[in-house]
Design a protein around this ligand. Structure first.
Ligand code: IMP
Length: 433
């Protein structure tokens, strides 16, 4: 196996950062393939925290090539800040970073528009709860063939014309949403800032697709890092409560411009419970003290926005859907330690809707919201041993929980994470083996 995709199996925040960091030990190239600074990956290495939004989570392995694929939407200022933060820690010092010239650029008006739309929609009770990072507006511009790409940052005249044309078209929208209509001075400032940022990023830009294809041709280990989760996929997720990119495994091929025949393995990441940020149906959500308990135990606050995440029991129908959408052959289970201390642990094994039992969520989000979760209850466990290296090191009840999920999801586990640090991991199989 040399080409592996790692993808979130549910609504994001499954702990991909830690898993990608571990798998990167064996990879020469790690590629982030979708989304932008809406993602937030928390890495804990030797007890120290590093949060990345754009740079792949493999960044902590000096010498490993870190690629930002053409399918991404990149905020150049956030990226520059992140590079500086990594370099303060001695990372990205060997020219490891490569940004695809075809990736789209998030400019200030995308973020303004994202915020205005959310505020406007909230008044009508139909906000999506986006991260307000400009993701939707940047992907809209891309699909409308009027987007700004990284390569445009090196053609000042073209950039000026593109931004001016976009603002011209968007001005009535700004006015309609109750925002301040951007002026010519705004446009000039945004263009100047983008050009400056582009110059600083220039040494890191290039043909990302070719770079990845060459690495694959040489037989190097290439790891694709998904952002968000399968149920937030634009085409197959719980639309409209989704992000604007292809979060499923297929997105990796699109972003890097490689064929599906190049992929050797797909690994899904699932948390031992479920979380969701923003609006949208979430049948196993826990409210009040129960939800708070899980949120606090799991530190479930957004790494990007700081928003409290909605928390609930593990949702097997949703997990099965993720497994199917991405063709996952194995799963990494994360945050098992967070459930310690619960007298009982529940798992949603099916949904009940209009008298029928469903093994996957229905396709209409209104039906998902109406569906009743069918639970099975398992005994809880007190505490996990500090250094569990095998499932046999786990308390009997925790082991039974792991085995139950594995059986009901129909996919074997390749890894079980029992704490945030690299060392707190039970490794079962190597996806590159
Ligand atoms: P956007 O991607 O900012 O447009 O947000 C659309 C939806 O995706 C919202 O519900 C966000 O909360 C959710 N979302 C976006 N990125 C992440 C992430 O990294 N983790 C979890 N949810 C996310």
């Amino acid at each position: 196996m040399s080409v592996v995709i790692v993808v979130g199996a549910q609504w994001g925040d499954e702990g991909k950062g830690k898993v990608v960091d571990l798998f990167t030990e064996r990879a020469q190239v790690v590629v982030r393939y979708g989304g932008g600074a809406n993602a937030g990956h928390t890495l804990v290495i030797d007890g120290k925290k590093l949060v990345t939004h754009l740079v792949p989570s493999g960044v902590c392995h000096p010498g490993t090539s870190c690629v930002l694929g053409d399918g991404m939407v990149i905020d150049p200022h956030t990226l520059l800040e992140e590079i500086a933060e990594c370099q303060e820690r001695g990372l990205l010092m060997r020219n490891e970073l490569l940004i695809g010239l075809g990736a789209h650029v998030i400019l200030p008006y995308h973020k303004l528009l994202d915020g205005l739309r959310e505020d406007y929609s909230a008044k009508q009770g139909r906000a999506i709860g986006t991260t307000r990072r400009g993701i939707g507006p940047a992907y809209e511009a891309k699909a409308g063939r009027r987007g700004v790409r990284m390569r445009d940052l090196y053609k000042p005249e073209r950039l000026r014309a593109l931004v001016a044309a976009n603002i011209d078209e968007l001005s009535p929208v700004f006015a309609h949403l109750g925002g301040t209509v951007p002026t010519g001075d705004d446009v000039a400032r945004w263009v100047a800032d983008a050009l400056t940022a582009g110059e600083r990023l220039r040494p890191h830009t290039g043909d990302a697709g070719r770079h990845v294809a060459n690495a694959i041709a040489k037989g190097q280990h290439v790891l694709f890092e998904g952002a968000q989760g399968c149920l937030l996929d634009l085409d197959h997720g719980t639309y409209p409560y989704v992000t604007s990119s292809s979060t499923i495994a297929a997105g990796a091929c699109q972003s890097a411009g490689i064929g599906p025949t190049q992929i050797d393995a797909v690994v899904g990441i699932t948390k031992a419970y479920a979380t969701r940020v923003g609006e949208g149906p979430f049948p196993t959500e826990l409210f009040g003290a129960e939800g708070d308990k899980l949120r606090i135990a799991g530190g479930e606050f957004g790494a990007t926005t700081g928003r409290p995440r909605r928390c609930g029991w593990l949702d097997l129908p949703a997990l099965r859907m993720g497994v199917r959408l991405s063709g996952m052959q194995s799963l990494a289970l994360t945050k098992l330690d967070v459930l310690a201390g619960m007298p009982e642990v529940r798992v949603c094994v099916a949904y009940k809707l209009d008298g029928k039992e469903l093994d996957e969520p229905p396709t209409d989000p209104e039906d998902i919201a109406r569906a009743e979760p069918v639970y099975t209850s398992l005994p809880g466990w007190a505490k996990l041993p500090a250094h569990a290296h095998d499932v046999t090191d786990l308390p009997t009840a925790a082991r039974a929980y792991v085995e139950t999920i594995e059986r009901m999801a129909g996919v074997p586990f390749c890894l079980v994470s029992v704490g945030p640090d690299r060392s707190e991991t039970i490794r079962l199989t190597d996806p590159f083996a």
